[in-house]
Design a protein around this ligand. Structure first.
Ligand SMILES: [Zn+2]
Length: 428
């Protein structure tokens, strides 16, 4: 029988995912892939390898709950949609998973392929689980469900050439209309291995011809999706912005919602009362919320116009989210301002909205593990949990770039190399 592998980690400070504090002088004993002991007075076994992180803050492996893994570079994401093969998109997923892990994000949730129409993300997920590839653990909805002309219909970019637009629209197999179409689409996603279902309930900011106030699946379609997914034991999350649509989704039994950027108080209360989670994805709207007329110029023209138009509502929505009692997850949704694997930028956004270090860290660890339905395995540093552990040398209380500068990462008891964010300013 193979000997147990023991690793003894000495922590400078420790955030365990549960208590809103940094504990001093703690140690963690890892046995094979799990946490065997944790505390100030645990004994160091003679045979254990020692990892000294006494100059760093140790946390659970971080989790990004809203990622699109299937592209290489946000600056030409629209070209990537139609100009590369499904195979190339799968390679992009492999690269994203590897880079996310090296940045201390040991688990990521893929909320539908922006570019891809296939299931490469599930193949990558399985290959990582089997140890054939190195990367973050993946929880995935491979293809989002959406309607023609909607936020999920990327062929709207060709709308002035209807023939071409129709051809590319038809390439997206989870795009359709009517209750029966979507009932079947849910069943197919589950058959092929989706962990959850993602729907585009309303319009969006990034797409050229629609807007966040539009309901883009009708009531019957939304209700049928929810009912089918739940009958088959899967959760549903929705891309949504406006309060009236959020309320409707809650009424139909939605499990979670993404963005919710135009939140009002009544809706926040309703969401909290129904225990529906929200992944508010602050990053894409930063230039509107903390109004930055220069920074906003870098955006795609249609995205920029909508940020300008909704600026006041986005600012008000942010305040409501800040003060709400909803269960908040941490997700980036990078398609328009950072590379998808630079998940630490969301920490900066939360800091700059005064969300507080511990509320932010809890969102990215414990709460996200609940959203991903993996809270029995990851999300906190406790005896019996998988040894997914990250460490950071910058000050998490004061430095907004702290989560972009990973000093150490371990997943299931194995240490991996780290990589810094590509455009990282000096520490403060
Ligand atoms: Zn998204």
């Amino acid at each position: 029988m193979k000997d147990d592998k023991l690793i003894f980690i000495i922590c400078g400070k420790l955030y365990n995912g549960i208590d809103a504090e940094f504990k001093e002088n703690h140690k963690i004993l890892v046995k094979n892939d799990k946490i065997e002991a944790i505390g100030a007075d645990i004994v160091q076994p003679e045979s254990a390898e020692v990892i000294d992180l006494s100059d760093a803050t140790v946390t659970p492996g971080m989790i990004d709950a809203h990622m699109h893994m299937d592209y290489y570079d946000w600056r030409h994401i629209r070209e990537e949609v139609y100009s590369t093969s499904e195979e190339a998109k799968t390679i992009a997923v492999i690269r994203t998973a590897k880079k996310s892990l090296s940045r201390g994000f040991t688990t990521v949730r893929h909320t539908g392929g922006i570019n891809s129409n296939g299931f490469g993300v599930l193949d990558v997920k399985r290959a990582i689980e089997k140890g054939y590839l190195t990367g973050s653990r993946i929880v995935a909805a491979p293809r989002f469900l959406c309607a023609a002309g909607s936020h999920g219909d990327l062929s709207q970019g060709f709308s002035r050439n209807p023939e071409l637009s129709q051809i590319t629209q038809n390439m997206r197999l989870t795009l359709g209309s009517g209750k029966d179409f979507f009932v079947n689409a849910v069943r197919e996603e589950i058959k092929y291995g989706a962990d959850f279902i993602k729907i585009m309930a309303t319009g969006g900011f990034f797409t050229p011809n629609d807007n966040p106030a539009q309901q883009q699946l009708n009531d019957e379609e939304m209700e049928a999706i929810m009912m089918t997914a739940h009958e088959w034991g899967k959760t549903v999350t929705a891309h949504v912005y406006s309060p009236n649509h959020m309320q409707k989704l809650v009424k139909y039994g939605i499990d979670g919602m993404e963005h919710c950027s135009l939140m009002d108080e009544e809706t926040a209360q309703m969401i909290a009362d129904h225990n529906v989670y929200v992944v508010p994805t602050f990053c894409p709207y930063e230039e509107a919320v903390h109004y930055d007329p220069v920074g906003i110029q870098d955006k795609q023209p249609e995205f920029r116009a909508k940020l300008e138009y909704y600026k006041d509502a986005l600012q008000a929505g942010r305040e409501v989210i800040k003060n709400c009692k909803c269960k908040l997850g941490y997700g980036t949704d990078f398609v328009a301002n950072h590379q998808n694997y630079e998940s630490g930028y969301e920490f900066k956004a939360w800091m700059e909205s005064d969300m507080g270090t511990f509320r932010t860290l809890q969102a990215a660890t414990k709460t996200n593990s609940e959203i991903l339905q993996l809270d029995d395995k990851i999300g906190t540093l406790e005896v019996g949990k998988l040894a997914d552990i990250s460490a950071w040398k910058r000050d998490l209380m004061t430095d907004p770039y702290a989560l972009l500068d990973c000093a150490f990462v371990m997943k299931e008891g194995v240490v991996y190399p780290t990589e810094k964010c590509e455009d990282l300013p000096e520490g403060v």
